[in-house]
Ligand binder design. Structure first.
Ligand SMILES: [Zn+2]
Length: 284
């Protein structure tokens, strides 16, 4: 179940499933509580969408202050709509290059590293092994969902971290609903390779279009990996229907901001971020 909370000016959702994990802080932020204006009103955290850099930076500062997490401990990706996974190394500062991080998922068991996914319709997914304390965030847009990125991350958790599916909690955050998302026949075919595809592909409202339930497609991937249904929490907000709360790429016609979704393992040992794609150059 998702609950709307507030820290300082920031309004964000928490999942009751993860609120029970006392080693974690997590937030699916709304667009509310920032300083950006017009199409970017107001908590836009992306420097890449045409918003004022100064305002985006102020939004990052507000977020960092509200959650008492230093800015240099937030890690964002240059999200690429693929299925590559960034696995954080187990010691040292996590990254020290100016190279772009072209990935769509992050996995870590490090403390004090806030791993972030930016969204405006795509599906943000949090995976947590509550026993081994390994966490992952996934950016599941339609292309990454069709590539099976969420199942790929869970297989990595099982193979590399020896996680057991029964210990994995999965939370599917606010994303565009099947009410507002359709694809043409060729793109819809990309989903038909997946098991149970009749549970998430439907005839569309428009001619020759298919409505896709992206949240359900990812929930299906998670269950097919052996994660029990009772370990999965799904938001029922549609970002396009609820543009009062969320940025929506499709709903806005393309010019809009991005909300941030993040998760961090609490602890005393900092994992300092040295650079984060091109965004940290602004943050630093
Ligand atoms: Zn909708």
């Amino acid at each position: 179940m998702f609950k709307l909370n507030k820290k300082h000016s920031i309004r964000y959702f928490e999942s009751s499933l993860l609120s029970e994990c006392d080693f974690l802080t997590h937030a699916f932020c709304t667009r509310l509580g920032g300083v950006s204006e017009d199409d970017y009103t107001s908590l836009n955290i992306s420097f890449k969408e045409g918003d004022s850099e100064g305002k985006v930076l102020q939004n990052w500062h507000r977020l960092a202050m509200a959650f008492s997490i230093p800015l240099e401990q937030f890690l964002t990706l240059n999200q690429a709509h693929g299925d590559d996974i960034f696995v954080i190394k187990p010691y040292g500062d996590y990254y020290s290059s100016r190279e772009h991080l072209n990935y769509d998922a992050i996995v870590t068991n490090r403390t004090n590293l806030a791993i972030c996914i930016k969204t405006a319709d795509c599906v943000p997914i949090f995976l947590v092994d509550r026993i081994k304390k390994v966490i992952a965030v996934v950016h599941a847009g339609w292309r990454s969902t069709a590539l099976g990125i969420t199942a790929k991350v869970i297989r990595l958790l099982i193979d590399k971290y020896h996680c057991l599916p029964r210990d994995i909690l999965a939370v599917i955050g606010p994303a565009i609903g099947k009410c507002c998302f359709d694809l043409d026949a060729a793109a819809a075919d990309d989903f038909r390779k997946q098991k149970n595809h009749d549970t998430f592909i439907f005839p569309g409202k428009r001619q020759n279009k298919y409505a896709i339930d992206l949240a359900e497609a990812n929930r299906s991937q998670i269950m097919n990996c052996g994660v029990p249904e009772s370990n999965i929490d799904v938001s029922d907000f549609c970002t396009s229907c609820r543009q009062d709360l969320f940025f929506s790429h499709r709903g806005s016609g393309g010019i809009t901001g991005r909300q941030v979704n993040f998760m961090i393992i609490k602890g005393d040992v900092p994992c300092r971020v040295l650079t984060v794609g091109d965004e940290i150059q602004h943050i630093q």
